[in-house]
Ligand binder design. Structure first.
Ligand SMILES: NC(=O)c1ccc[n+]([C@@H]2O[C@H](COP(=O)([O-])OP(=O)(O)OC[C@H]3O[C@@H](n4cnc5c(N)ncnc54)[C@H](OP(=O)(O)O)[C@@H]3O)[C@@H](O)[C@H]2O)c1
Length: 275
């Protein structure tokens, strides 16, 4: 079975890079799919999709930047049609918890006629070490909206392991794995764990969604701020404030705690300014 070629979309990203490396370590041939890869894959260039999918038995599908962006669900639908047409047998979709557009994307994959597994994930712990929340950690100030709302933040090493299991083991087709970390945490609690692990004080500053919008707009412009603020409003309204058993169901073990993530990230230099 491990002569099956697997396409990993977003293979230079946070989840895709881990998934591609784990698959290669297990001896699977992997085609890395991103705009810069040897066989390029670009969500904005549909002509790249068939060459990237052709010959693959399975594919990990992650959309960039987010399924909430206009046209994303339609593009995902076309991608699924292309996958079916060129004979891909299994699609593993990364989705987001509590997001309306992500749910529409899941339905597209469910109805694609290709076998599927859906991994519906909580907020990523690695947003703090490899993503848009790293700069606030370095600055020691974490301005986040949502009040005291708690989120069961997940270590993406767990997500990668679930995806790899889904791609390489029997028994995961047709499954929806809603994956979270093991405990609900407020942003203040996350800041406390980050402080302890990094050895420098990081303070959570509660802000309004309007201020969150203004902050995102300064970095990414008003349109990007609209989309990400809508996602924040959706996912931080209490609907996601519970843990789930997705990691346990997929892997037979509990997910890793945020404190363990933070200690490991600090050890590998995630918050030294050169990282
Ligand atoms: N962050 C969270 O807390 C969270 C939670 C749940 C779900 N999600 C979902 O996770 C997904 C992002 O996954 P990630 O964090 O692993 O990715 P990421 O780290 O944001 O990396 C993005 C990847 O997409 C590639 N990329 C960028 N533009 C592209 C384009 N036009 N066409 C094709 N590839 C492109 C990048 O490579 P190149 O630049 O080389 O092309 C890179 O490999 C999103 O769909 C998001 O909704 C995120």
């Amino acid at each position: 079975m491990n002569d099956q070629l697997i396409l990993v979309i977003g293979a230079t990203g946070k989840t895709g890079s881990r998934i591609a490396s784990r698959l290669e370590a297990r001896g699977y041939p992997v085609r890395r799919g991103s705009r810069s890869s040897a066989t390029p894959f670009d969500w904005e260039a549909p002509e790249t999709w068939a060459p990237a999918l052709r010959g693959a038995g399975a594919a990990y599908v992650t959309y960039f930047p987010d399924l909430a962006f206009p046209g994303a669900v339609e593009k995902l639908e076309s991608l699924c049609e292309t996958a079916r047409d060129v004979g891909v047998e299994h699609l593993v979709l990364l989705s987001g918890r509590g997001e309306h557009h992500a749910r529409l994307g899941e339905e597209v994959v469910r109805n694609s006629g290709v076998d599927f597994t859906i991994v519906r994930a909580a907020w990523f712990a690695q947003n703090f070490s490899e993503g848009y929340l790293r700069d606030p950690v370095l600055a020691g100030v974490l301005p986040m909206p949502g009040g005291d709302i708690a989120e069961p933040i997940i270590d993406i090493d767990d997500i990668a392991n679930v995806v790899v299991a889904a791609l390489t083991e029997e028994g995961h087709r047709g499954e929806l794995y809603e994956v979270t970390g093991p405990r609900l945490m407020s942003f203040a609690e996350m800041a406390m764990e980050l402080s302890q692990a990094s050895g420098q004080e990081i303070r959570h500053i509660p802000i309004s969604f309007e201020d969150f919008h203004a902050n995102v707009a300064r970095a990414g412009g008003p349109f990007v701020a609209d989309v990400f603020t809508a996602i924040a409003r959706e996912t931080l309204d209490g609907r996601n404030a519970h843990t789930t058993d997705g990691v346990m169901r997929a892997l037979g073990r509990a997910p890793r705690d945020f404190a363990d993530f933070a200690r490991a990230a600090a050890r590998t230099g995630a918050w030294t300014s050169a990282a």
